[in-house]
Write a protein that binds this ligand. Structure first.
Ligand code: B1M
Length: 211
């Protein structure tokens, strides 16, 4: 059984979605629980992918194909996870801020968060402060991840933090920000809870903040 989980982990790290799909199904057929496949197979492998990315051994393409393989495995696992009533560790709303259409980095953040065990509400691009507020008020979101790639759209991160404050929900959500022009200093300045320089560290930080 350990062997099967090892094959799943290696399949994800190599981006081999067919190998992952086949072995997730076979592991289930052999009676391995969905939660064990999720935690010891999919999530562990994505953690390793994140580590290699941070160490400069993996780059964006490797991370994307690993995430695609992880998602292929997760698709098979999802109905079983629902049956077994396995709860995600938290719900995250992710979006690129108003006026900004760049979504490659934001999509990577979503994938790493999903790999880390979060439920993702992907709000897409050009997301208004009101949409973020609505996700907290009406959709059970506990963490917001905002992405901005343009210096001209970064102020919409502050506008979103202000809108959360005005709506009276700022204290019920953690706000994380990222994107090429964004810095820790900017996160401090606008009163965000954290800044992550890449998708892997966004997932680590989201987990830390929920503890
Ligand atoms: Co645009 N663009 N673009 N662009 N584009 C940049 C950002 C730019 C730096 C290029 C340049 O001039 N050198 C420049 C911005 C300059 C500035 O503001 N200082 C720029 C510009 C000017 C523009 C337009 C205005 C161009 C025009 O029309 N005149 C226009 C704006 C459109 C709009 O948004 N309203 C525009 C359009 C586009 C395309 C549509 C053509 C395309 C986007 C396609 C898409 O996303 N679907 C595009 C692209 C591809 C780029 C570059 C080349 C690449 C961006 C990218 O995807 N990087 C970019 C130049 C560059 O960065 N080299 C550029 C890869 C991605 C994985 O990295 O998004 O940084 P990144 O994500 C990282 C981290 O930042 C972090 O994790 C990811 C990695 O793990 N991260 C987060 C990201 N979000 C996070 C959120 C978090 C945490 C971490 O939350 C907690």
């Amino acid at each position: 059984m350990e062997n099967k989980l090892e094959i799943i982990r290696e399949g994800i790290m190599d981006g081999d979605m067919h190998l992952v799909q086949t072995n997730v199904q076979e592991a289930l057929d052999e009676g391995v629980s969905a939660s064990e496949i999720l935690n010891e197979g999919l999530i562990k492998a994505m953690g390793e992918v994140g580590r290699l990315f941070e160490e400069g051994e993996y780059f964006v393409p490797e991370m994307l194909i690993a995430a695609r393989a992880m998602k292929a495995g997760l698709a098979i696992l999802k109905p079983k996870l629902v049956d077994a009533d396995i709860k995600p560790i938290g719900k995250v709303a992710a979006g690129t801020v108003k006026g900004d259409l760049h979504d490659i980095g934001k999509n990577l953040v979503c994938m790493m968060l999903e790999g880390a065990g979060f439920e993702i509400l992907d709000l897409g691009t050009d997301v208004s402060p009101d949409q973020f507020v609505d996700s907290v008020k009406n959709q059970g979101v506990g963490v917001i991840c905002m992405s901005a790639l343009l210096t001209t759209t970064m102020p919409n991160m502050k506008n979103t933090v202000d809108a959360l404050q005005e709506a009276g929900v700022r204290d019920s959500v953690k706000v994380l920000i990222g994107g090429a022009p964004v810095t820790q200093a900017y996160a401090d300045e606008i009163g965000a809870d954290g800044y992550a320089p890449d998708a892997s560290r966004a997932a680590t930080l989201a987990k830390q903040l929920l503890v």
